[in-house]
Design a protein around this ligand. Structure first.
Ligand code: SAH
Length: 469
């Protein structure tokens, strides 16, 4: 077979990125936007020795899992990879993805993991769940100002009136900003020439408070006609914070370092369960707060706290999990690499009157060993005999997982329980193998869907020390 060949293909499986997989004449084909159960006419786009890539020319018999994607630009955008699947089958796919990775990459026994896996926690409403949206600004072919998204793997803006993952208010806000730009002749930033002013619009919404934040990211040090913009935006119900952020660099990074508030507060407030958080344009905050509550409640439950425990929360970000744990623990210690996040974590602890959480800036793989070896600078833990032997360690690392040094130190510290929160089940599987070879056993696995219509899935795993045989 060669490029551009047409053939009929039945999609019998689904890949880790949501692509359809089918077999034809002994070859495996990967097909974007094809759904398991579809019979399609496929066109070869690339051939390798034992496998190939194809695209959907026509769906001959649609899969029973298939639904009509709600979004008209679903295929170009690339933000959602599996919107063609019914939400129920998306959840099945995610449950199987976690199981598959634990078995294939972690070499765990399939039947054993199946017994330990709880049913995946899905969303009640799989659309409109994101509290944060970032729209690049540009011109379309007719020279009209457009907001949109970058087409997948490119920097062409696809105009988007409304993204179904974001909140409905975004559309009204963008329309106001567009009218203001047209009226005052504010030009969108042009990547190639480096000219023009407005680069991105960042919008955030507090699901529990209804507070709205608008931040304009500009290629300049001051925002002309800022008062007129603020006047126009304040008609939007819930408007709480309007600011601009300076980014004059030629870079892919969206935000620069300096933010100036032009109206209202420099932050919005939102809650995760009973905890309040101040969110500024630059701070990290979970984008799906409703599912985050479920994820962290599960982590808290798995931690099995009674009030006497000392707990480490590694990769703690702004301290969300740490605050959750602090309700039921004697003492919580958080570690995070980004200094600004630790500043937020300390402020969040204060805001919520939490006085049993302490935060350290640094790499988990350096802070934990330093602590274990008694060389953690500036801290005197001698009075706290608990510290050397935490009862529980919670980790929530980025996609690349935990550093070997961090895992090694966790094993040396021998906590009663380890709770592993993961956004990538492949690195989770790898790390669980290390922990289990080091004397721990998996007790429970809970997958949680934080990002409907994408292939991402979060998991929480409870491990405890294996009983001596
Ligand atoms: N638990 C947090 C967020 C976890 S995301 C929350 O609930 O909000 C992973 C975090 O790990 C990020 O904040 C990232 O900055 C941090 N991180 C990345 N590498 C790290 C390392 N080597 N040591 C400590 N923290 C790290």
């Amino acid at each position: 077979m060669q490029k551009n060949d047409l053939f009929e293909l039945e999609i019998t499986d689904i890949g880790v990125d949501g692509e359809g997989i089918g077999r034809h004449e002994g070859m495996t084909f990967f097909v974007k936007d094809a759904c398991i159960g579809d019979v399609i006419r496929a066109r070869v786009t690339k051939m390798k020795k034992n496998y190939g890539y194809a695209r959907v020319e026509e769906v001959i018999t649609p899969s029973t899992f298939r639904v009509v994607p709600k979004c008209p630009i679903y295929r170009q955008c690339g933000g959602c990879q599996i919107q063609v699947m019914s939400y129920e089958s998306q959840l099945e796919f995610k449950q199987r993805k976690v199981l598959g990775n634990l078995v294939r990459l972690g070499h765990f026994d399939e039947e054993e993991i199946k017994r330990k896996m709880l049913p995946i926690i899905g969303m009640e409403e799989p659309f409109r769940y994101r509290n944060k949206a970032q729209f690049p600004v540009g011109y379309n072919r007719d020279g009209e100002i457009v907001f949109g998204f970058f087409a997948s793997r490119s920097h062409n803006i696809i105009p988007v009136e409304d993204c179904y993952l974001g909140v409905e208010q975004n559309r009204e806000i963008l329309a106001i900003i567009k009218a203001w730009m047209e009226h005052y002749r504010i030009r969108p930033y042009d990547e190639t020439s480096g000219e023009g002013l407005l680069r991105h619009v960042l919008l955030r919404y507090g699901f529990h408070t209804g507070e709205i934040m608008v931040c304009l990211i500009i290629n300049g040090r001051r925002l002309p006609h800022a008062n007129e913009l603020a006047d126009a935006l304040t008609v939007v119900e819930g408007m709480t914070s309007i600011s601009f952020n300076v980014n004059t660099e030629h870079t892919n990074k969206i935000l620069g370092n300096q933010t100036e508030c032009i109206w209202g507060k420099p932050y919005i407030t939102d809650y995760i369960k009973d905890f309040a958080f101040h969110i500024s344009p630059q701070s990290f905050y979970q984008v799906n707060p409703l599912q985050t509550e479920k994820l962290y409640s599960c982590a808290l439950e798995f931690a099995g706290l009674t009030g006497k425990e000392s707990v480490w929360d590694l990769y703690c970000g702004i301290g969300t999990i740490s605050l959750f744990l602090s309700q039921k623990a004697k003492q919580v210690y958080g570690v995070e690499i980004v200094p600004q996040a630790i500043e937020d974590a300390n402020n969040n602890a204060e805001l919520n009157h939490v006085d049993n959480a302490k935060f350290f800036v640094g790499k988990a793989e350096e802070v934990l060993p330093a602590f274990y070896n008694g060389t953690l600078e500036g801290e005197d833990f001698a009075s706290d005999s608990h510290m050397n032997r935490p009862d529980v360690i919670v980790v929530d690392p980025p996609r690349k997982g935990c550093d070997p040094m961090c895992l090694d130190t966790m094993l040396k510290m021998q906590p009663e329980r380890i709770v592993y929160v993961s956004c990538d089940s492949a690195t989770l599987a790898r790390d669980l193998r290390v922990l289990c070879d080091g004397g721990y056993e998996i007790r429970k696995v809970q997958a949680v869907d934080q990002f409907g219509h994408t292939t991402h899935v979060e998991s929480v795993v409870l491990l405890s020390r294996a009983k001596a045989k």
